[in-house]
Design a protein around this ligand. Structure first.
Ligand code: ADP
Ligand code: MG
Length: 240
């Protein structure tokens, strides 16, 4: 579903992503792990063109999204993203947050958008918050709404950039539970996370980045029990 060939991203003179190549299969859940500054966010952001790659190719469903002629909006409709700091529209209700892009970007009817939102609110356990504004929500509730908002576009792929890093500890589980049930629906998910327990339990694959290089690509059992590189072992020693 996603194929990445020799992806390089530079910011000025700094090479942030160094020749990354990988393939991500449809329906798989991939966790991206690595030290701060290793390029995890940049890597994720290249997959929906929030950053434009310096060189290399990215294919999503056989479309080359790095082709300069590509319709970027169409790609983004298909690739949902959830950020560390939610990025909800504070002046819109929960329901408006969820229905805004389906109606105004995708152009579906208000009725249909409401139906999708209603169903999503049910799934994230926030049906009673439809008419509340984001400032009235807890961090965990905000992040669940942000996930529902991304899902309302009915994407094929969901990207998560440290979705629980900004949350108080007692709210982490409710967000991970929503992600876990999404994983069970067969959604293709790529998740930057420091939640090692979650990665171990839910991911099919772990990609370990260090200094802009993809240095391990393994299944979770292998990665957590016997990492191949010294760099990954010393990272795991610190975080586990
Ligand atoms: P991670 O998410 O793993 O912490 P990032 O992808 O955010 O890493 O950043 C990787 C490197 O790229 C860091 O050195 C960071 O300072 C740099 N970087 C990220 N975004 C920009 C930017 N917009 N301009 C310049 N440097 C950036
Ligand atoms: Mg980051």
């Amino acid at each position: 579903m996603i194929k990445i060939n020799n992806l390089v991203k530079n910011f000025g003179k700094i090479e942030v992503l160094k020749n990354i190549s990988t393939t991500i299969e449809e329906g798989s859940v991939v966790a991206i792990i690595g030290p701060s500054g290793s390029g995890k966010s940049t890597f994720l952001r290249c997959m929906n063109l929030l950053e434009s790659p310096t060189s290399g190719e990215i294919f999503i469903n056989h479309d080359e999204i790095t082709d300069p002629k590509i319709d970027m909006m169409k790609i983004r409709e298909n690739v949902g993203m959830v950020f560390q700091h939610f990025h909800l529209f504070p002046h819109m209700s929960v329901l408006e947050n969820i229905t805004y892009a389906p109606i105004n970007v995708k152009g579906i009817s208000k009725n249909e958008a409401m139906k999708i939102a209603d169903d999503l609110l049910d799934k994230i356990g926030l049906k009673d918050k439809a008419n509340v504004y984001p400032p009235q929500l807890s961090g965990g509730q905000k992040q669940r709404v942000a996930i529902a908002r991304a899902l309302a576009m009915q994407p094929n792929i969901m990207l998560f950039d440290e979705p629980t890093s900004a949350l108080d500890p007692e709210m982490v589980k409710e967000v991970l539970d929503v992600m876990k049930s999404l994983a069970h629906t067969g959604m293709t998910m790529i998740i930057v996370t420091h939640e090692m327990g979650f990665a171990k339990e839910v991911a099919d694959r772990i990609l370990f980045l260090d200094e802009g290089k993809l240095i391990e690509d393994a299944n979770p059992v292998e990665f957590f029990s016997s990492p191949k590189t010294e760099r990954a072992s010393s990272f795991l020693e610190k975080v586990l």
